[in-house]
Ligand binder design. Structure first.
Ligand SMILES: Cc1ncc(COP(=O)(O)O)c(C=O)c1O
Length: 434
């Protein structure tokens, strides 16, 4: 199975002949050539115009939060503990918040100790810290195909290669995982991490089944591969909770680093997430955290602690579930009505649907036409390190109101039909010419 090396070899306008990227006067470090802005970033700027229905970004619907509760929590923190809130704090995070995080994780079957937790600046920061600890240039990270785009960016920024293991509607396929490991080992590659978003994955909206969780963990253990379990969406289920977290199985505890966040169950603006890691890893994580940021924000940690102490936070998560369920239903319903011949995933939670396009349509090429039709999505290519994914698009139902979700799907269906028509014409012309 061919792996694309993350390291560029050819010289370009921004690189010198030796492949080292340069600015006019100052040479960047070699690894920065792997920090690429999204190709569709410019389009997304256009897509943020109010007349465009954006099914592109996975932005939580924070307007559903009770603003007065957050304001009260913030005011109390500033008034009662201002000098603490505005000061540096512990590199591991506040003990009180770490205790509260135990209560949050207990909802997903995870039992840990507050000492096991390192508070980070969102789980994105934890992804970076774990990568910093484990990835050397040329190492391999196994990841679901498709995988969360900004995790791929982080792994590649440490000059690791991402190898995508196929998934189906039950998550990553264990037989495929075994095959990939065997092939990579035969090539002499060093596999460092298995990255997974087991619940309502970003971007596929798929959940790893309970049976597969055990199997995947057993395979990882057999091959000494550390599992990086990224779980921002687990509490946002629509009917029944997902199977217990990988980290919840006692026998595999030492082989899993678990990432959690308040970004989806509260708000991403606080930038508070956490990692739970076995002792030896956690000690290094803490040092890496201190090296990167000295300490996570005392201000936002205190506000979250206050919010968790004084509000019905579980009730608020239930409110978010209701809101997202209604939007998921609106999207699935509109897809059935407007794109009956196509297939898509049916998420039981989270933010995303993964749609398969008719053959011959390229999701990236179609995007400008979609934006012209006032709807935006994320092309599937964003979620693969190897250029795959052109046949797919990710549709996020989390942010627009249900009616806007429906309208967005109507516009998308129009765009796909037009694209399909165009393609048929092109194919006909090709046939006539030959
Ligand atoms: C799978 C996954 N991991 C991590 C993150 C980053 O979250 P945070 O806001 O905690 O940094 C996201 C955000 O969308 C995500 O979808």
């Amino acid at each position: 199975m061919p792996l694309r090396s993350g390291v560029r070899t050819s010289a370009s306008a921004e690189t010198s002949g030796d492949g080292v990227p340069r600015t006019a006067a100052y040479p960047f470090a070699e690894r920065t050539s792997l920090l690429e802005g999204s190709e569709v970033r410019a389009l997304f700027a256009v897509a943020s115009r109010p007349e465009v229905v954006s099914l592109a970004g996975g932005m939580p619907f924070v307007s559903a939060l009770p603003t007065e509760l957050i304001t009260d929590a913030m005011n109390r923190v500033v008034h009662d503990r201002g000098s603490q809130a505005l000061q540096y704090g512990s590199g591991q995070g506040r003990p009180e918040l770490r205790e509260q995080i135990l209560d949050v994780m207990a909802l997903e079957g995870i039992r840990a100790h507050a000492d096991d937790i390192v508070v980070t600046t969102g789980s994105q920061h934890a992804l970076d810290l774990v990568s910093r600890l484990f990835l050397d240039p040329g190492d391999v990270v196994l990841a679901e195909g498709p995988s969360y785009v900004t995790a791929i960016v982080v792994f590649r920024s440490y000059q690791a290669d991402v190898d995508h293991v196929p998934m189906d509607e039950h998550g990553i396929v264990p037989e495929a995982l075994r095959e990939h490991i065997t092939a990579l080992k035969t090539q002499g590659r060093r596999i460092k991490l298995l990255y997974t978003v087991p619940n309502f994955s970003n971007p596929a909206g798929v959940t790893l089944s309970a049976a597969r969780r055990e199997e995947v963990l057993a395979i990882a253990k057999e091959h000494d591969i550390l599992v990086l379990e990224d779980n921002p969406y687990g509490l946002l289920y629509f009917d029944a909770p997902p199977p217990s977290a990988l980290r919840s199985l006692p026998e595999t505890r030492d082989g899993v680093v678990y990432l959690g966040t308040f970004s989806k169950t509260l708000a991403p603006g606080f930038r508070v997430g956490w990692a739970v890691a076995p002792k030896a890893i956690r000690e290094k994580l803490l040092l890496a955290n201190e090296a990167a940021i000295l300490s996570p924000s005392m201000f936002t940690q205190l506000i979250i602690s206050e919010y968790l102490t004084t509000s019905d936070w579980k009730g608020q998560i239930a409110t978010f579930r209701d809101i997202y369920r209604e939007r998921r239903d609106a999207m699935l319903d509109a897809l059935e009505t407007n794109l009956p011949g196509l297939s898509w995933t049916r998420p039981d939670g989270g933010f995303y649907v993964w749609l398969t396009l008719p053959e011959g349509i390229n999701s990236k090429e179609m995007l400008p036409r979609a934006v012209e039709n006032l709807v935006a999505y994320t092309p599937g290519t964003a979620f693969y390190a190897n250029g795959d994914g052109a046949d797919f698009i990710r549709l996020a139902f989390c942010y627009p109101e249900p009616e806007r979700v429906r309208e967005g799907i109507v516009r998308l269906a129009d765009t796909i039909s037009a694209e399909h028509g165009m393609d048929s014409v092109a194919a006909m012309q090709d046939r006539t010419a030959s």
